[in-house]
Design a binder for this molecule. Structure first.
Ligand SMILES: Nc1ncnc2c1ncn2[C@@H]1O[C@H](COP(=O)(O)OP(=O)(O)OP(=O)(O)O)[C@@H](O)[C@H]1O
Length: 254
């Protein structure tokens, strides 16, 4: 059994992160976020707030100018993206997240490249157990799949190496409402499997419905944060960031 102190430790802690694409032009301007093990945390905010840049910086894909990123207490801010995968932090980009000319199975096998050989086949079976559609479509080219199914391949690729934290950049972007719902059902299932999830979303209500907590960024800084249910039911937050009234009257479970 782990010590109580370790149990209370955030799995991911980002403090005063400043980052951007060009030197001297910060996009993220001192944003912070704390994620507990097993949580689903969603990052919301207006267009151009720096949400995607924030998680891409954490994933080592956008240069950081200052600030701290700790994964299970270890400072990882200086590590490049490929090292972060080994450390247990996976990232699913919004676009170009699968190899279209390869089969679903080859996409998954390629992602498993960093695992010891003996672990690859069991991981593949685990993904097929989790995503039944992918098991059926394992021999199809990923480029021939629908947007929702491609998104599923991208998520499964990230999960192949058993990350402890997976970050997703707008996983529901460009999908039909039915597929959006499926994406969020899948994410809730992934959390049940013990993976901590951080996602950026435009679909604020749908994301809040599965999230524990949310951060709202504006102009690269923290504007609000709170429990998903509290933010969902806050009229001022709704008017500013959630696109108005309640979605089909649904309440976020407290
Ligand atoms: N590759 C890039 N090079 C330079 N600037 C970029 C790049 N990508 C994004 N930006 C700029 O960074 C700012 C924040 O963009 P970002 O995509 O992080 O915001 P966002 O909150 O995720 O927005 P959206 O909800 O519209 O996706 C924008 O001004 C954007 O023009």
């Amino acid at each position: 059994m782990s010590a109580p102190q370790a149990e209370n430790q955030p799995i991911l802690a980002v403090t005063d992160l400043v980052s951007g694409y060009d030197p001297g032009v910060p996009i993220v301007r001192g944003a912070s976020m704390t994620v507990a093990p097993g949580e689903i945390v969603v990052i919301l905010g207006p267009n151009g707030a720096g949400k995607s840049t924030f998680i891409k910086s954490i994933a080592g894909l956008v240069p950081k100018q200052s600030g701290s990123v700790r994964l299970e207490g270890r400072e990882i801010a200086a590590l490049p993206a490929h090292r972060l995968v080994h450390e247990g932090l996976a990232f699913v980009p919004q676009t170009e997240n699968v190899f279209g000319q390869m089969s679903v199975e080859d996409n998954l096998r390629l992602a498993a490249g960093i695992l010891p050989k003996a672990e690859r086949a069991p991981q593949l079976d685990k993904m097929y157990g989790m995503f039944a559609d992918l098991a059926r479509q394992r021999h199809l080219l990923a480029g021939r799949l629908s947007g929702g199914q491609r998104q599923m391949v991208a998520v499964a690729r990230a999960l192949m190496v058993s990350p402890r934290v997976v970050m997703l950049d707008e996983p529901s972007a460009g999908l039909s409402p039915k597929l959006v719902e499926q994406v969020f059902v899948n994410l809730a299932g992934i959390r049940k499997a013990g993976v901590t999830i951080v996602l950026v979303e435009q679909n604020a209500r749908a994301a809040l419905a599965i999230a524990d907590r949310a951060y709202i960024l504006a102009e690269g800084r923290n504007a609000h944060e709170g429990g998903a249910a509290d933010l969902w039911n806050d009229p001022a937050i709704a008017a500013l960031y959630l696109g108005g009234g309640k979605l089909r009257g649904r309440e976020v479970p407290a």
